[in-house]
Design a binder for this molecule. Sequence first.
Ligand code: ZN
Ligand code: ZN
Ligand code: ZN
Length: 374
Amino acid sequence: MQSSPDYAGRLDRVRQAMAGRGVDLALFSVGADLPYLIGYDAMNLPRLTMLVVPRDGDATLVIPNLEVARVVERPGVFGIRGWAETEDPIDIVAGLSGSPSSVAVGDQTWARNVVDLLGRLPGARWSRATELVGPLRARKDPAEVEALRTAAQAADRVAAQLHAGEIPLVGHTEAEVSAELSRRLLAEGHTHVNFAIVAAGPHAASPHHEAGATVIRPGEVVLCDFGGSFPMADGEPGYCSDITRCVYTGEPPGEFAELYAVLWEAQSAAVAAGTVGTPAEEVDGAARRVITAAGFGDRFIHRTGHGIGIFEHEDPYIVAGNGVPLEGGNAFSIEPGIYLPGRFGARLEDIVVATDDGPDPLNVVEHGLVVVEA
Ligand code: ZN
Ligand code: ZN
Ligand code: ZN
């Protein structure tokens, strides 16, 4: 059993970032900042949960009384102020806030709470707390990398079961296969399933296709993109997996095999480009050049990848226009795709960590197009 993350150190670094940007007060509600900073994942409900962090004062978690029992107390890191159903939590936050001239608020705070706070902290300049925490969250420490690797290995085991034909495909609906992938993610140790896209035949040309009632037939591609959250340790936040593999129900036609070969080459090139110091957009470019050279440039219709951690989509984004160089500890997906509307499509996705020794791919399960007769 590993020890807890250094939550006090993380809050110290947030306060340093606040000082650097002239922010007096940071407010964090639902979303991934809270579990990163104090190990508590708030329920995504309108009843206000909010960590109040003055730059020069103690942090306090304002939380509905009925949810206090969910909190792992961490003395010296933050205090707890439960609120009763008859109290106004906005009053409580305002009372803890003093009169700040500059306030940063977490991205996913409910608008109703932000609007009420705007009225209670008049004259303050507001900014996004992501500017403070995003760069910290993007640099995973060794324990976080191992948590991501553990999650990736669990997702790999499910992909290996798919490759081995252990998941029935032909004659079953996309929705049934999606449910089976989800069940297996949980069986392999995930605590939540975030998504399980199953797209058969022409549906594979829609990157975010929702698994539906379509029955999978012999002789078509089945694109599976799935992931969930894997707990780091009891009572600590979970880290996400996210993987895409394609299988073919029978021998693929040459045209599809050629498309897949291009995709695999593009994905490998982008993984190899994921080195410390390389601008994120050049990693995107590495995949895009291969796909464009093969004539599919206009059929690769999304960015190459996204950062991943406690949340499944976070900094750094692997996309044209993001010139920020990768740093050691950045964890991100590499997931190029080629989509031919009305016909078929394919995507290949791994999670990769940039390290001083080069890119560290966390997913190692077979990358080729596997023929399943299931
Ligand atoms: Zn996606
Ligand atoms: Zn994915
Ligand atoms: Zn992804």
